[in-house]
Design a protein around this ligand. Structure first.
Ligand SMILES: *[C@@H]1O[C@H](CO)[C@@H](O)[C@H](O)[C@H]1NC(C)=O
Ligand SMILES: *[C@@H]1O[C@H](CO)[C@@H](O)[C@H](O)[C@H]1NC(C)=O
Ligand SMILES: *[C@@H]1O[C@H](CO)[C@@H](O)[C@H](O)[C@H]1NC(C)=O
Ligand SMILES: *[C@@H]1O[C@H](CO)[C@@H](O)[C@H](O)[C@H]1NC(C)=O
Length: 360
């Protein structure tokens, strides 16, 4: 019975697409015909423009951030943190990569492309700098994964993919600089533009007046009390450590969050907002999953919950716990079932966040 259904489905799929466009090219696919219009590496819609606008602002801060970490700290400071002159060179190379990424997006956006801004950073030491880089590249990376397949302009998605893949490598190197396990998950997660913008905005102080306004939402900020702290002298920088996760399932995690209406970001242009109802759940976005846990003792803008212990997959005894990396938590008004391709439907239900949770 099953095989009949499979055959029928295959037949239907085969009929759904025009005949093959070229030899050795099975029917289907987009933009692979010799008759396809030539690709244009530019936004096709406002959605594309604003997604790239956000990504460009992210590339600019990374460029500034990596150079800042070279200017602010001496070689001796790096050595005290277990890093050496060659590690500094690698940070400098990453800054140079950001020049290329910013140039690429500037070329795709044309004359309206945002220029570099000024930034404020929270770090005072090399370990804090490395931790900031590790987290900032995480939301830069996840912010792009969240929208890539939704872009109208697939040629643009192609180029952005090729730069975000490099950023993913940067993120892993900063993990190694921090003595963390380099890649404790099976899948890297995606978040929405508004979630990424909420995390980015507080770092941007001023921008040129003609930078195009970022049209995504700023949600109220969320703070995780007792968030695990990654730097630990017992785990100096290394390719890898047999280090256990920094937090465990069913551990208590407490939150406070802000009310909407606060000015954030540059030039007093942005104000936090929410369209959600009352806070009810913590949403844990990691790997392929958005998992909800109920909030307890909700009092004003604070509550607590337990870390969930679900798995992405269990395969022949090998298992992948959902929560085991640098991931995202939000406060929501409902436990809306979303999957990676429709996660933007969660935006309307965000009370506050995301905040970055350092679970591994
Ligand atoms: C690494 O940790 C695992 C699980 O805690 C343990 O079974 C294994 O023996 C450790 N390996 C080394 C080389 O320390
Ligand atoms: C979870 O992350 C730790 C590092 O933080 C890693 O050692 C461990 O293997 C991961 N667990 C699983 C089951 O993948
Ligand atoms: C996490 O996502 C995977 C892939 O969609 C799914 O198979 C799994 O059941 C999810 N895990 C939980 C606990 O929801
Ligand atoms: C999101 O997609 C999943 C299927 O992948 C579906 O089950 C779920 O209902 C969708 N969520 C919403 C809010 O539509």
């Amino acid at each position: 019975m099953l095989s009949v259904i499979t055959l029928l489905t295959a037949a239907l799929l085969a009929n759904a697409w025009p005949a093959p466009v070229a030899p050795y090219t099975p029917s289907g696919g987009v933009g692979v015909s010799p008759d396809s219009p030539a690709p244009k590496y530019e936004p096709y819609s406002d959605f594309d423009f604003q997604s790239l606008n956000l990504a460009l602002n992210q590339e600019w801060i990374e460029l500034d951030l990596f150079y800042k970490g070279l200017e602010m700290f001496t070689l001796k400071d790096y050595e005290d943190a277990g890093l050496n002159s060659q590690d500094r060179e690698l940070v400098e190379f990453m800054a140079e990569q950001e020049r290329g990424h910013a140039q690429l997006i500037t070329d795709m956006l044309g004359p309206r492309a945002a220029k570099e801004c000024t930034y404020t950073y929270p770090f005072k030491t090399v370990p804090e700098f490395v931790d900031s880089c590790q987290k900032l590249t995480r939301f830069g990376e996840s912010g792009v994964y969240g929208f890539l397949p939704h872009l109208n302009s697939r040629p643009t998605a192609q180029l952005l993919l090729q730069s975000i893949t490099t950023e993913a490598r940067q993120q892993m190197i900063f993990r190694q600089f921090e003595g963390l396990f380099p890649m404790p998950v099976w899948f890297e997660t995606g978040i929405t533009q508004s979630m990424a913008w909420t995390l980015l905005a507080p770092y941007i102080a001023t921008c040129p007046d003609d930078n195009p306004k970022i049209e995504w939402q700023n949600f109220p900020a969320l703070d995780i009390i007792d968030n695990p702290w990654a730097p630990d002298p017992a785990y100096p920088p290394a390719i890898t450590h047999n280090r256990t996760a920094l937090s465990t399932p069913r551990q208590k995690v407490s939150f406070t969050w802000e009310n909407p209406g606060k000015k954030v970001g540059y030039n007093d242009l942005y104000t936090t907002s929410t369209s959600a109802g009352k806070p009810k759940f913590a949403a844990w976005i990691s790997q392929l999953n958005t998992t909800y846990t109920p909030l307890n003792d909700i009092s004003g803008n604070s509550a607590w919950t337990y870390q969930p212990d679900g798995t992405v997959f269990v395969i022949e005894g090998y298992y992948d716990p959902i929560v085991n990396e640098t991931m995202f938590i939000l406060i929501t008004d409902t436990d809306l079932h979303v999957t990676p391709y429709n996660i933007s439907l969660l935006n309307d239900h965000v009370v506050a966040g995301p905040a970055i949770y350092q679970s591994g």
